[in-house]
Write a protein that binds this ligand. Structure first.
Ligand code: FES
Ligand code: MG
Length: 583
């Protein structure tokens, strides 16, 4: 037997060459009840990175699950130490939760690096908590395992499933069209949040928790278990047990987060109909672990994969159904059957993705379709570029019949459309003006949102999915093409072209666009261009620069200013540039 790797916590607790410091470390960790015998026992010290709190209701159930994580750690001979992670509540944080992903990352890196931890359980859930935790684990590279808090139970209203987020977009349209009043609006949206847990739709939370599993960072089959279920408690205990073994095996994020693992995650994302936030977050995790993952990989690896999971917003069902149908392993097994999964990718349980998922059955084929009966062919993202931006993504799985008929069914030019732009500078401008008849919005109009990227609206706002003006909705027009340098909620069914990089605030051509300019989108060629001469664009650029550049609101907090000065663009993960060299 080889000598086990020395535990890093020993440098704090039994460092004979540094008696004074060791004593200081010891007394303060003794004072809440740990014994000297425990701290000197040589047992691994396992952190529980707690993302749940009263401020972050989506992850709050982790406060309960942590008890079972502790039990698991203890049962395997480890010592649990729980600590808080900077809260990130998607729906609660102003101006954006996106602003806090890098802040939580930064703070968690300091904790994992600077404290006596041999391994860590990452309690993931609400949108940004998952990437923040995985990014930090990638940077520090100590044994780490992710535990999802799980989705909420299904929402119901008058016999129909109401999905978190998705129902909000729909209810807003109904309210705008005068079909419901305020009270009914609240009843509808509240029905979609019936229990503890994260969004029960295939929003960014279900996406990122599924991808954490597809990357191999959480126990197989664990991502989809609804938060209140008994099985969720059990997998919390198993996760606690497993991290202690991982420390003994020295199984680190760098062993798991390899390029094949990221490509597995991209394919799973297409098959589940995952969020357009996933490319940003996976790029960020990849850069922090040192894997080259260009945005184009989303199209080359992911576009040809069919949509198998029938969850809102692309489909009908919700989180509980996803779990009962087989969750991530059933999806992976379908893709494995087509050679679309790198089966030898290692996972946190010490086995490969192939071994974990081989034979995982679909238990309900209304919710997870077999590969030969998909909901949609070629359901991954396409990556667009042109004179408006270097890169943007479009989620093709949410292109519905209404949108396809109106914009993508010209027999001479089936994948292309063009029309006049109406440009909004940030979400407030959009909300104030969208119903103004003076804008002259028609079904031919392309709606543009700018000033909503990582710098412009710090953290990047989820605002590109813009509803049409009320007068068009009442005429039956539910979606216009939306394009922008912001993000959109994964719960939105809008086939927007978004995450455009560089953003207007970073000198992107979007800053030069004017209402009335004609814009052409060609999905087949993957292009997005404003149809004005280059000379005119150059003149506009010179004029904008002379006027001091694209204007955006001033920072309101120190962190907004710091992040704006250091953040990169979304096509490369919107990480703090300069942080990736610390590995
Ligand atoms: Fe937290 Fe959707 S708002 S998971
Ligand atoms: Mg979101």
């Amino acid at each position: 037997m080889t000598d086990p790797t020395p535990l890093r916590s020993r440098a704090w607790f039994d460092n004979p060459a540094n008696i004074d410091m060791t004593a200081l470390y010891l007394e303060r960790y003794l004072n809440f009840g740990l014994s000297l015998e425990e701290l000197r026992s040589g047992k691994p010290i396992i952190g529980i990175a707690q993302t749940g709190s009263d401020l972050s209701p989506c992850n709050r159930h982790h406060l309960v699950l942590a008890e079972r994580v502790r039990d698991g750690i203890r049962d395997m001979g480890g010592i649990p130490l729980e600590f808080p992670v900077h809260p990130i509540q998607e729906t609660g944080k102003r101006p954006t939760a996106g602003l806090d992903r890098n802040l939580a990352y930064l703070a968690l890196v300091e904790v994992l690096y600077g404290y006596p931890l041999d391994g860590v359980v990452l309690t993931i859930g609400c949108d940004k908590t998952t990437p923040a935790c995985l990014m930090a684990a990638a940077t520090v590279n100590i044994p780490a395992i992710a535990l999802s808090v799980g989705p909420m139970l299904n929402g119901w209203h008058k016999g129909e499933r109401t999905g978190s987020g998705t129902i909000v977009w729909k209810a807003r349209q109904m309210l705008a069209a005068g079909e419901i009043d305020d009270a009914e609006f609240i009843r509808l949206v509240a029905s979609s949040a019936p229990s503890t847990g994260y969004c029960n739709t295939m929003g960014t939370a279900t996406t990122m928790n599924s991808l954490a599993e597809a990357l191999g960072m959480s126990l197989p089959g664990s991502a989809a278990i609804p938060a209140p279920y008994r099985d969720r408690q059990e997998v919390a205990w198993r996760t606690g047990k497993r991290i202690v073994e991982m420390v003994a095996e020295d199984l680190k994020p760098s062993d798991i987060l390899t390029k094949p693992a990221f490509h597995n995650a991209i394919r799973v994302n297409s098959a589940i109909g995952g969020s357009t936030n996933a490319p940003i977050h996976l790029a960020a995790i990849a850069r922090h672990i040192g894997v080259d993952l260009p945005l184009k990989d989303w199209e080359t690896e992911g576009h040809k994969v069919p949509l198998l999971v029938n969850l809102q917003p692309a489909g009908e069902y919700l989180g509980e159904d996803y779990y009962h149908a087989g969750g991530v392993p059933a999806v992976v097994n379908q893709l494995m059957g087509q050679g679309m999964i790198h089966e030898d990718a290692l996972t946190v349980n010490g086995r490969t993705m192939g071994d974990n998922c081989r034979g995982a059955a679909i238990e309900d084929d209304k919710v997870i379709r077999p590969f030969d009966r998909p909901l949609k062919e070629d359901a991954g993202f396409i990556v667009l570029s042109g004179n408006l931006f270097d890169a943007a993504v479009m989620k093709t799985s949410v292109i519905g019949p209404e949108f396809r008929d109106r914009y993508l069914s010209n027999p001479d030019d089936p994948e292309a459309f063009e029309g006049p732009a109406v440009v909004f500078d940030g979400p407030e401008d959009y909300h104030h003006r969208i119903d103004d008849p003076a804008l002259g919005i028609t079904p031919e109009t392309l709606l543009f949102m700018r000033g909503a990227g990582p710098i412009g609206y710090p953290g990047a706002a989820e605002v590109v999915n813009m509803r049409p003006p009320a007068y068009l909705i009442t005429e039956g027009i539910h979606a216009l093409p939306c394009i922008g340098d912001g993000r959109q909620s994964g719960t939105s069914g809008s086939p927007s072209i978004l995450n455009a990089s560089p953003e207007a605030a970073a000198g992107g051509t979007l800053a030069l666009l004017r209402t009335g300019d004609r814009v052409r989108i060609d999905l087949n060629k993957g292009t997005a261009d404003v149809l004005i001469p280059l000379e005119e664009l150059a003149e506009r650029r010179a004029a904008l620069q002379a006027a001091g550049g694209y204007a955006y609101p001033a920072s309101q907090t120190p962190w907004q200013e710091i992040q704006r000065a250091t953040v990169g663009q979304m096509n490369t993960g919107a990480i703090l540039e300069g942080a990736e060299k610390y590995q």
